[in-house]
Design a protein. Structure first.
Length: 292
C-alpha cells in the first residue's frame, strides 16, 4: 500500500531527475511510474494508495455564464444526479448573485461550492456571503476568494466566513507546494487545501496531504482541464486514501470528446474504480489517426 510520503523516498532516480521539472510534466512521469508499480504487483491504483474505498462522488462545475444558461445547466445536472454544484464566480458580484438566484429556482436542494479563482477582494468576498445569507443560501465551501498572494485577505475571509456563517474557505492557487501549505497551516489562513496533481506533482501532493492531515486541515482534490487519464489517477488516489472532504474531478464529463476509455465507470456524479491492474485507462487508438 502507498499511503505515506516516506514510501516514495525509495524512488531516488525519479526524485533526482524530476525535482526541477515543471510540475505538469513531473506529475505525468510520476503517474506513469506509480502506475507501472501497481501493474507490476497486479493491483489497482486505489488499492496501492490504501484501499479505503473504490469510489468517489464528484461535484460538477457551472462556468461563468448568463443566469438563464446557468439555470439550464443546473436543471440538466440535477437530472443526472449531481447534488453539489461548483459555481465559478468573481468577475462581477451582482451578476454572480443573479446566477445563484437562477440556479436555486431549478435546483433548490443543491449544495454550492463557490470558486472565485482569486477574483474578489476580501471585502467583496465577505459581501457575497452576506448577500447569500439574505437569500437563505449557505455555500458548503468558498474556494480561493482572493488573490493567491493576498495572505491577509485570505485569513480575513476565512475568519469572517466561519464565524458568521460556518462556511469553510479553501486555498487553491495560494497553495503551490509544501512551503505554502505550511504557511497556510501555521497561520490558520484557510480551512481546506485543494490538492491538484498537475499543480503539485504526485509526490508533492502527498507531502501536502501528509502535512494537512497531521494539522487537522481538511482536503479537497481537484484538477485542471484533464482527461480520464489524469482525473482517473486523482480519483484512484482520493478513493484509496479516503481523506478528502471535497471531490472536484468533473472535467472529463465536460469534454466534447474523450480520448480515453476505461479506468473507472461513471454513473452521474459517482466514479467507481474496478479491480483492473494499475490505472485501467487506455487511449482510443486507430491505425489511421492516432487517438480518436
Amino acid at each position: 500500500m502507498i499511503s505515506k510520503v516516506s514510501v516514495y523516498k525509495n524512488l531516488p532516480l525519479m526524485s533526482i531527475y524530476l525535482c526541477s521539472s515543471p510540475t505538469k510534466a513531473r506529475a505525468g512521469v510520476e503517474m506513469a511510474v506509480i502506475d507501472a508499480v501497481a501493474n507490476s504487483i497486479r493491483i489497482p491504483l486505489w488499492r496501492l494508495f490504501g484501499g479505503a474505498s473504490n469510489s468517489v462522488t464528484t461535484d460538477i462545475t457551472i462556468p461563468i455564464v448568463t443566469p438563464n444558461e446557468a439555470a439550464q445547466l443546473a436543471a440538466k445536472y440535477r437530472g443526472q444526479g449531481f447534488q453539489t454544484l461548483k459555481l465559478k464566480v468573481g468577475k462581477n458580484l451582482n451578476s454572480d448573485i443573479e446566477v445563484l438566484k437562477a440556479i436555486r429556482l431549478v435546483h433548490p436542494d443543491c449544495s454550492f461550492i463557490l470558486d472565485a479563482n482569486e477574483g474578489y477582494t476580501a471585502n467583496q468576498a465577505i459581501e457575497v456571503l452576506d448577500r447569500l445569507n439574505e437569500m437563505g443560501v449557505t455555500p458548503v465551501l468558498f474556494e480561493q476568494p482572493v488573490h493567491r498572494d493576498d495572505w491577509e485577505g485570505l485569513r480575513d475571509v476565512s475568519i469572517a466566513a466561519m464565524e458568521k456563517y460556518r462556511v469553510a474557505v479553501a486555498a487553491d492557487e495560494s497553495c503551490r507546494g509544501l512551503l505554502d501549505a505550511q504557511k497556510i497551516i501555521h497561520g490558520n489562513l484557510a480551512h481546506v487545501i485543494n490538492i491538484k496533481l498537475a499543480k503539485l506533482g504526485v509526490l508533492g501532493a502527498l507531502e501536502v496531504i501528509d502535512a494537512a492531515r497531521k494539522a487537522g486541515i481538511a482536503l479537497m482534490i481537484g484538477g485542471m482541464v484533464e482527461t480520464r487519464i489524469a482525473m482517473g489517477f486523482a480519483g484512484h488516489l482520493a478513493a484509496g486514501l479516503g481523506c478528502f472532504s471535497f471531490i472536484d474531478l468533473d472535467t472529463p464529463l465536460l469534454l466534447s470528446e474523450d480520448p480515453v476509455y476505461g479506468g473507472y465507470e461513471a454513473s452521474g456524479p459517482v466514479y467507481k474504480f474496478k479491480n483492473a491492474r494499475g490505472h485501467g485507462g487506455f487511449l482510443h487508438l486507430d491505425n489511421n489517426n492516432g487517438w480518436k
